[in-house]
Write a protein that binds this ligand. Structure first.
Ligand code: MGD
Ligand code: MGD
Ligand code: SF4
Ligand code: MO
Length: 714
């Protein structure tokens, strides 16, 4: 065979090497959550990615990629990518834009924002980040340096309510120490779909004999590995947790030393949980009394036991915050808080990930104290949120935009903002139309981008540099594997360029992105210069993870310095100090009249492996895995309604209806309907009222409301 032929074969086979002109460069996939971000080997030829593979030696993902990451080329080279900065010329929403230079686009934004600041104050401008996390500290600093307290994010529907609940109970919290646990209580999360890189650890531990209890209404791939599955009615986690506590206390299975020495309000709590006998709990949750008792005994009787939670399903309810308090109280009650094999508290390093070193993330992002700024959006309605969460509550944005009270919100600078994320998404859409000025920065020309006055093209993780830590004590400063496509730019560069225009007093912002990263890294001993020498990443040395039972030294970071079964902060705010169970605002028990017409319980947004919110619907590979918008219903409920698999049906709530296909499946229990939350042609958030919110956290009740599914006659 001639050398030329060998070269051609190598090229066609995408074998890296000088003759094939293909180089392998290291980067990461940033499509899903920051705990994953799998390592990627990008095969680059002539400045283009020709293939992606999981990085074999990567300590976190170990060479694996899921269906979404494997479709990376379809993601980065998609025809819907925004190619240049655009300024609106036609009617708002008409899609008529003019391509302009970066200079012009950024100057236009700066002029408008500074004018609004002068007229009605900096707080009239809100800054918003969608699901993407990597640019958040920079965006928050930009907002605060500009003078606006209104930095808010998608975390107004995700994670922060769970953080509030554990801050009220403990002041801090930690993830499950799976490798050292003997029992794992998986309280409503489905890592097989939502957090795939955790699954390997979980299955390894199962092989070593880990006992597993799963809580959640849906069957998941975990269910067949679980010793017990508590299939509760959606929205009733709080009652189940109180019922388990009743058994644990009644049978003296609780940790007397922990409860006696370091907790506050135990007597009050003990008296309250007495109500939740196994029979009462069965009646509320739908889980048999025997199973509740068995689960309580298994969790409390196996030492150590860890609890695995999620960022959302337990708090996507109008009673979600108190539910999450009730279930996380079980960790302290059983003495599994901050111990080996329990829920160990590790300080975060950067962007939610604990990696064993400390950075100045929080000092960096909060460049101005709250007292020097106006009250935040949602501050009147959600005072406890504002006490515990360092952001504005974005669920209140549509209300404040409309009312102008207590002050007007006139402009919004969004990074990956999608109005369909909000319950009552049509109401958010109408509110956005009322703004004087809307900017959105995204990869794709989304519906929200089309509505904007200025649209800016961001580049993907393949085209930018970002700081990334993994829990395996690993760090990487990624370097672009290709040049930014078309005229797209990194979000960080956009933010710092705006900072030069609208936050001139902020020295660090003037110095720029890399100088800021060095400032942030300072306490870790790492420098950017050092990280740049290791393009594939660096294993951190001399990592100190801190002792167990840290509260023994300084107490808990709560007002009483104890773990609070009865919350001082909630009491002061005039709210229920105990994790009291209340029915969801719409449920067969709280609104039986509504349930007559809408007898099924609707839960929305259970994660599907091929979709990441709205992100991967555009991609041929992922879309082919589940092409049609569909509602899951149990075969029994379907046959009672004359519905067959694949039929077109109407999914209705008191607010409206959607046409989707019926997916008959026993994944859902009888009486429950489930639909994914970001179908481009079937937005379930149109069926939910904009104020269907938890009164304490402001979180939407996405996962417990009422609906009916009927055969579509049209
Ligand atoms: N593939 C993929 N992965 C993702 C995402 C994605 O869009 N796609 N999104 C990411 C984000 S932002 C998040 S927040 C996470 C969420 O991901 P997960 O934590 O896995 O959440 P879900 O899949 O919504 O729900 C998990 C389980 O919660 C249970 N559940 C539902 N309602 C209730 C309830 O009322 N009470 C109780 N106790 N359990 C309930 C159900 O049985 C369900 O199987 O996933 C992240 N990972
Ligand atoms: N009914 C219902 N609604 C829900 C949920 C539910 O379970 N049920 N879940 C809620 C939860 S937990 C969450 S987290 C939210 C998520 O909701 P969103 O935050 O809206 O999620 P995405 O669709 O992932 O991202 C929004 C946009 O960010 C863009 N984007 C991606 N990466 C980047 C980047 O690096 N830079 C920039 N500038 N843009 C980028 C994407 O193209 C997309 O248009 O949805 C919430 N809404
Ligand atoms: S989308 Fe898939 S490949 Fe990408 S980071 Fe998440 S799990 Fe990894
Ligand atoms: Mo989320």
């Amino acid at each position: 065979m001639s050398e030329q032929m060998v070269s051609r074969i190598r090229m066609n086979g995408k074998v890296p090497g000088r003759d094939a002109g293909i180089e392998v460069r290291k980067t990461l996939c940033a499509i899903c959550n920051p705990f994953s971000h799998c390592g990627i080997d990008a095969y680059v030829k002539d400045g283009a990615v020709v293939k992606v593979e999981g990085s074999k030696g990567h300590p976190h993902s170990q060479g694996t990629l899921c269906s979404k990451g494997s479709a990376s080329r379809q993601y980065i080279y998609h025809k819907d990518r925004i190619r240049t900065p655009l300024v609106r010329r036609g009617e708002r929403g008409s899609g008529e834009f003019e391509a302009v230079s970066w200079e012009e686009a950024l100057n236009t934004i700066a002029e408008k924002l500074l004018k609004i600041k002068e007229e009605t104050g900096p707080e009239s401008v809100a800054f918003f980040a969608g699901y993407t996390k990597w640019m958040r500290p920079f965006l928050k600093r930009l907002a605060h340096s500009f003078g606006s307290p209104n930095y808010c994010t998608e975390s107004s529907t995700c994670f922060q309510a769970t953080a509030m609940a554990v801050k009220l109970n403990y002041g801090y919290f930690g993830p499950p120490d799976i490798p050292n646990a003997k029992c794992l209580l998986v309280w409503s999360t489905n890592p097989f779909h939502s957090n795939t890189s955790a699954v390997r650890r979980l299955l390894d531990a199962r092989e070593r004999g880990l006992k597993i209890i799963e809580v959640g209404p849906l069957n998941t791939p975990l269910t067949r590995h679980a010793d017990i599955h508590l299939r509760i009615r959606p929205g009733t986690s709080g009652a189940l947790a109180l019922g388990m506590a009743q058994v644990i206390i009644e049978e003296s299975l609780y940790d007397r030393e922990f409860v006696g020495n370091v907790t506050h309000g135990f007597e009050e709590y003990r008296n309250y949980v007495k109500e939740f006998t196994p029979e009462v709990t069965e009646d509320i949750t739908g889980v048999s009394a025997d199973l509740i008792v068995a689960a309580a005994r298994l969790y409390a009787g196996t030492k150590p036991a860890a609890m695995m939670n999620s960022a959302s399903p337990t708090v996507h309810h109008t009673n979600g915050l108190q539910n999450h308090r009730a279930l996380t109280a079980l960790v302290g009650l059983t003495g599994n808080f901050d111990v080996k094999g329990g829920n160990y508290v590790a300080p975060p390093t950067w962007l939610y990930v604990p990696a064993g070193v400390v950075t100045r993330e929080f000092a960096f992002e909060q460049s101005r104290p709250w007292e020097q700024m106006a009250p935040r959006v949602g501050q009147d309605r959600y005072p406890v949120w504002c006490k515990l969460v360092e952001e504005a509550q974005a669920m209140h944005l549509p209300f404040q935009i409309r009312s102008g009270k207590p002050y007007p919100i006139r402009a919004l600078l969004g990074f990956g903002m999608r109005y369909r994320m909000w319950p009552g998404s049509d109401s958010m859409l109408e509110s956005l139309k009322k703004l004087d000025f809307l900017v959105n920065v995204d990869f794709f020309m989304t519906e929200t981008a089309r509505l904007s006055d200025v649209v800016l093209p961001a580049c993907t993780s393949f085209e930018r540099s970002e700081l990334k830590f993994w829990v395996e004590n690993y760090v990487m400063w990624t370097q672009p594997v290709i040049e930014p496509l078309w005229e797209s730019r990194s979000d960080a560069d956009i933010i710092f360029d705006l900072g030069r225009r609208i936050a001139r007093d902020d020295e660090l912002m003037q110095k720029g992105y890399e100088a800021s990263i060095d400032w942030i890294l300072e306490p870790s001993g790492l420098t950017l210069a050092e990280l740049k020498k290791h393009p594939a990443g660096l294993a951190l040395k001399d990592v100190k993870m801190g002792p167990y039972r840290k509260y023994e030294k300084n107490g808990f970071p709560t007002p009483s310095k104890k773990m609070e079964f009865s919350s001082t902060i909630l009491k002061e705010a005039g709210l229920d100090p105990l994790p009291r169970y209340r029915e969801p605002n719409l449920s067969p028990r709280s609104t039986p009249e509504v349930a007559k017409k809408f007898p099924l319980i609707l839960t929305t947004g259970a994660r599907l492996p091929m979709y990441q919110h709205s992100r991967t619907f555009r991609l041929g590979w992922t879309r082919s895995l589940r092409p049609d918008a569909s509602v899951d219903i149990h075969p029994k409920d379907a046959s009672a309604r004359g519905i067959s698999n694949g039929d077109w049906v109407s999914l209705s709530t008191p607010r409206g209806s959607l046409k989707v296909r019926a997916n008959l499946t026993e994944i859902v229990p009888p009486g429950v309907a489930n639909i994914y939350h970001a179908w481009p042609e079937a937005d379930v958030n149109l069926l939910i009222e904009p104020d269907y919110l938890d009164p304490i956290s402001g979180f939407p009740g996405f996962k417990s409301l009422l609906c009916e599914v009927s055969k579509d006659e049209g």
